[in-house]
Design a protein around this ligand. Sequence first.
Ligand code: HAM
Length: 421
Amino acid sequence: MITKPRGTEDVLPKDSKLWQHIEETARGVCERFGYKEIRTPVFEDTALFQRGVGDTTDVVQKEMYTFEDKGGRSLTLKPEGTATLVRSYIENSLYANPQPTKLSYIIPCFRYEKPQSGRLREFHQFGIECFGAESPATDAEVISLAHMFLKELGLTGIQLNINSIGCAVCKKEYNEKLRNYFEGYKDRLCPTCLERLEKNPMRIIDCKSEICSEIAKTAPKMIDYLCDDCSGHFESVKERLDNMGIDYVINPDIVRGLDYYTKTVFEFVSDALGAQSTVCGGGRYSGLVEELGGKPADGIGFAAGLERLVLVIKKQQPDACSLETASDLFVATMGDEAEKFAQKLIFELRNLGVSAEQDLCGRSLKAQMKYADKLGARNSIVIGDDEIVAQTAKLKNMKTGEAVDISLHAEVLAKKLEEVR
Ligand code: HAM
């Protein structure tokens, strides 16, 4: 038997209502904030992520699904959405519209990680990106969107952590301090981090190895080295969050796992998950648009992992998992003629917006009624030769057992079902 690839999941019908609920909540919040949905390819030129995400990140060094197509091009399944959106923003000249450009997306992402609960090789993100606005008001608006989304999903025990990791100017000085610090632990760093020490010492802070993360705990913090501009920006973001009544914790250890971030970074963590507790992460990126060939423009956004949200919701709201829709009507039949009659009637009813079902497996009448029960149908009718002649049947409420006479004309039946819904 062929099984699903390691680190992937099937979303079964019993769960797909919950997924749709999360997606609809995301779309609803985005609409109120003026974010418009964008759809982009599942794979991109590999260079986009090497340059965009950064070639010293775990994502690029270890986790990308990269392949050569039949034309000899190196392509990569999207490990995240931001680089792709920047590419699309530039390629489609979206900067020519009144700024900022506010975009949202729901995408599959692929990372070759060690699978565990909440960490998959194929996972899904709901994200937003805002291009062309440098103001701290933008940071606060983006964070407030994520906050509202998580709140509308009814999640509890969520903490917002924020930090600033500075701009190109203050990062330079900080990186020197960091390099000096890690130099002292050269003999204990993992081989990847030894390489990072030269190229990008900040990445060491994000290393998943136990020894490196232990060493990183006492490393200098970026927040203590912010330049005046970055520090003023961060203060203003905090003031605005306070204004909106959004609680946060300043966490100087957040550096995020992707290279493009500058200034504000943030993560929403849940106390309902184990090691993989970050349900949503994001931040500002000031140099990425230019790095990928566009005219300088700031960007800021976040992405939330849908599988992790599903895990939290299932834990905190067990009833939300049984959001399956039940049919309005089950039509049971006796004999071939009745079955054909029922199929036409059901077709007409569905056309009128009614959800109706019949048996497709040749069950006996008794078994049909059992099946209707299992489907959770709200009402049923039984059609035999007599009902066809009379053009009426008994409409039975499956819960109360109450029955009323009803015409078998689709419009009359549909109206009645609407009344009793
Ligand atoms: P990220 O932190 O790499 O950021 O991922 C965002 C979210 O995706 C995480 O907080 C987590 O919920 C989910 N996630 C990440 N990896 C996995 C995985 N292997 N399995 C399941 N869920 C996962 C980004 O991707 C940035 N592009 C976010 C962003 C947008 N920053 C600015 N704009």
